[in-house]
Design a protein around this ligand. Structure first.
Ligand SMILES: *[C@@H]1O[C@H](CO)[C@@H](O)[C@H](O)[C@H]1NC(C)=O
Ligand SMILES: *[C@@H]1O[C@H](CO)[C@@H](O)[C@H](O)[C@H]1NC(C)=O
Ligand SMILES: *[C@@H]1O[C@H](CO)[C@@H](O)[C@H](O)[C@H]1NC(C)=O
Ligand SMILES: *[C@@H]1O[C@H](CO)[C@@H](O)[C@H](O)[C@H]1NC(C)=O
Length: 671
């Protein structure tokens, strides 16, 4: 009897971790967002193994060659099963920055939540180490005693407090709450730990910075961690029952059946809850401020759109008179240079002058270096008021004094806003479209602003779309932006690019999104609506299962928010985000926070007079990459404004990740 048993040991080890090559029956799972699919595949694989075991006679009277044949088939299944789990886990770990054990260290959780997360981490580790142990037995398969395996199997399925069976129960209870309790108290899924984690993730802006995941992606990766752990546990238990049965320890059909029902019920409940939490979790990914702002690397600027400029009244009209006050001149131009006074010592503003005002008669002006886009570092008036930040003046200050003409007329130096186009004024936005390579099944996966040839472009990152919403990592690339110059022949203002000016300097702040889950973003562009730059997204139809775009040349369309600041009723009318008297964006010492909502707009304007002598143009443009990790197709894109009160802030793109909720299907057919 004992000798007979011993002969069986290698067989069962092989059953656990086979030497045989797997039959290429099931497709290899490539994409990460596919845990649900893996769970289904693995469960089916295990059941097929059971069919084989069950068809064999029990205990002593075994037809050995036939048994061996069946074992072969079983172990092929198991090999596939463990391979799929391992592979999925590897990919999951590679792409997902935030696993369960790092949640505790990154997020600001309250004490009870922290305790629960620690508990979950502990359980996950215990199950994983048992799973590894199972895999380790392979190395020693010829030397192991049968009793070792039986003990392992018994331990795995036994009803005591340390068994895998119990650990699985506990894991589920901690994360999703008790089912009975939920039924009797009527508490909804929102009280589950998963929902609470989603909420605190959305609340902590830092989180999105660290992980580059939308809240929905975060919830899904947590779920994936748990689902993989449960799958390991389930696999161990199934094969333990099989093992015990083949070793003649009993029939166990009933036990395995019970456990399976348990697992099914739990999976069903988990998926329901997951779907619920995912529906409510937001899908936006934006980019927070870098640790250090670096010009040309993390941000760039529109320059010299409206800029503080000093001019004497005598030069503000073409009759060389001083009969008015500064504030009389709300829209004028520089008409001359009377007697070559201060006007001859500074570069003239050749554009229009707006909103002139009188500050004080006499002043010291500190001019900026020749290569700067500023005109003045600071201006110090005799009455003590200083515009801009007073510092050591490298080029030396110039004294500028107003004067009296006869006794009646004061020829004052006014402080105006200069709107001058020229080589130092970068104020262009690309209007050509940026579309992914749909012929090669590429879709948009990320966005960033870039300034090229003095023109701002919204650049797209594209990647190959794979089945079930996956993106092929190795294909990710930033599509080069159009390389043209505003002075090139055949390049037209208003068609190829937009020029900001005093009258036309607004940009719409929108989220362009779709509810139709069969479309993803394949392109972006700006258009001009009235005096506003307005964002448009191109959508193309695709098949979720195959990951193929469906005739994108035909099934694509552009979408945008057509509301304007004068349109319709107060509900649809665009709201202005006001920005005035702001300091230079990069001078803030705190992190910017998003300040705008969908259906708003903001005007590019000068910085504050006192803070910066109105020398810079705000908001600045955030030029950091906005991508998600893992990369996913997008259901939307947007432009938003972030900043802090008193500072110019930044404009940046955001992405809205594809909504996977409809594809989280609570299984109808039994596993
Ligand atoms: C809880 O309620 C659901 C549906 O209302 C039911 O299917 C499930 O069996 C109940 N669970 C328990 C443990 O009472
Ligand atoms: C094992 O148990 C199941 C259900 O209890 C029963 O249907 C089956 O016949 C049993 N198998 C053997 C070989 O005794
Ligand atoms: C201007 O030139 C100086 C010295 O040539 C250099 O240090 C500085 O970085 C330049 N500034 C800009 C804005 O190019
Ligand atoms: C991903 O892209 C690479 C390079 O184009 C290709 O070799 C590979 O087969 C692709 N993977 C999938 C799953 O399509």
């Amino acid at each position: 009897m004992r000798a007979a048993m011993k002969r069986f040991i290698p067989l069962f080890l092989a059953l656990l971790l086979t030497l045989q090559q797997p039959a290429p029956t099931t497709a290899v799972i490539e994409d990460v967002l596919d845990i649900i699919h893996v769970v289904k595949e693995v469960s089916t694989g295990i059941l097929k193994a059971w069919d084989i075991v069950q068809a064999s006679p029990l205990g002593a009277n075994i037809d050995f060659p036939l048994m061996r044949e069946k074992q072969k088939k079983v172990l092929q299944r198991l090999k596939e099963v463990t391979r799929q789990i391992d592979q999925t886990e590897e990919q999951h770990a590679e792409y997902v920055a935030l696993a369960i054990d790092t949640v505790t260290s990154h997020m600001n959780l309250n004490a009870p939540m922290l305790a629960k997360m620690n508990d979950i981490g502990d359980t996950v580790n215990r199950i994983s180490s048992r799973y590894q142990q199972m895999q380790k037995y392979e190395a020693h398969k010829d030397k192991l005693e049968m009793s070792t395996l039986v003990t392992f199997a018994e331990w795995t399925v036994s009803p005591n407090a340390h068994s895998v069976h119990h650990l699985m129960d506990r894991l589920h209870l901690t994360l999703f709450g008790s089912e009975e309790k939920a039924n009797t108290t009527g508490t909804s899924s929102s009280s589950s730990l998963l929902a609470q984690l989603a909420t605190s993730y959305e609340a902590s802006t830092n989180e999105i910075c660290n992980t580059q995941q939308s809240a929905q992606q975060f919830v899904y990766s947590l779920y994936a961690d748990i689902a993989l752990t449960e799958l390991k546990a389930y696999t161990m238990m199934e094969f333990s029952w099989m093992m015990l049965r083949v070793y003649g320890k009993g029939n166990f059909t009933q036990e395995a059946e019970l456990m399976r029902t348990d697992y099914e019920r739990r999976t069903e409940r988990t998926l329901k809850l997951l779907k619920d939490v995912m529906t409510r979790a937001d899908r936006i990914v934006w980019r927070c401020d870098p640790k250090k702002h670096v010009a040309g690397v993390t941000y760039d600027e529109v320059t010299r759109l409206l800029q503080g400029y000093i001019e004497n009244e005598v030069d503000l009209n073409n009759e060389e008179t001083c009969r008015e006050t500064c504030s009389f001149y709300q829209s004028t131009r520089s008409e001359g240079c009377y007697k070559d006074l201060y006007c001859a010592r500074q570069p003239k503003c050749s554009g229009r002058l707006y909103n002139c005002q009188f500050v004080d008669s006499d002043m010291w002006v500190c001019p900026s270096p020749k290569n700067s886009t500023r005109r003045y570092e600071y201006i110090e008036y005799e009455n003590g008021r200083t515009l801009g930040q007073r510092a050591n003046c490298v080029r030396g200050t110039t004294k500028v004094d107003s004067w009296w003409r006869y006794l009646f007329w004061h020829c004052s130096y006014c402080f105006c806003m200069c709107d001058e186009q020229g080589l130092k004024s970068d104020r262009f936005f690309n209007l050509r479209e940026a579309v992914s390579d749909v012929k090669r099944n590429r879709v948009v996966t990320g966005l960033r602003f870039v300034k090229k040839n003095r023109i701002f472009h919204l650049q797209i990152q594209e990647g190959e779309l794979l089945p079930r919403g996956g993106i092929n990592h190795t294909t990710l690339s930033w599509k080069p932006v159009e390389n043209y110059n505003i002075f090139d022949r055949d390049v037209k203002k208003g068609t190829d690019y937009h020029t900001l000016s005093y009258e036309s300097r607004s940009i719409d702040l929108d989220d362009v999104d779709t509810d139709d889950n069969s479309f993803v973003v394949t392109g972006v562009r700006f258009r001009v609506v009235g005096a506003h730059l307005n964002l448009e997204a191109c959508y193309s139809e695709f098949d979720f299962k195959t990951g193929q775009l469906l005739q994108p040349e035909v099934n694509s369309y552009w979408k945008s928010n057509d509301n304007t600041d004068v349109s319709g009723d107060s509900k649809t009318r665009r709201e202005k985000v006001s920005l005035s008297n702001a300091d230079v964006s990069t001078r803030t010492i705190t992190y910017s926070i998003p300040q705008s909502r969908h259906n708003q707009y903001i005007e590019f304007t000068n910085t504050g007079m006192d803070k910066d002598a109105a020398q810079s143009t705000v908001p600045f443009m955030d030029i950091q990459d906005v991508i998600s990790n893992p990369p996913v197709p997008l259901s939307g894109i947007g432009i938003y404004y972030k900043g802090r009160n008193g500072y110019g802030g930044f404009l940046g793109p955001k992405i809205i990740t594809y909504d996977f909720t409809p594809h989280v299907q609570v299984p109808k057919n039994k596993l």
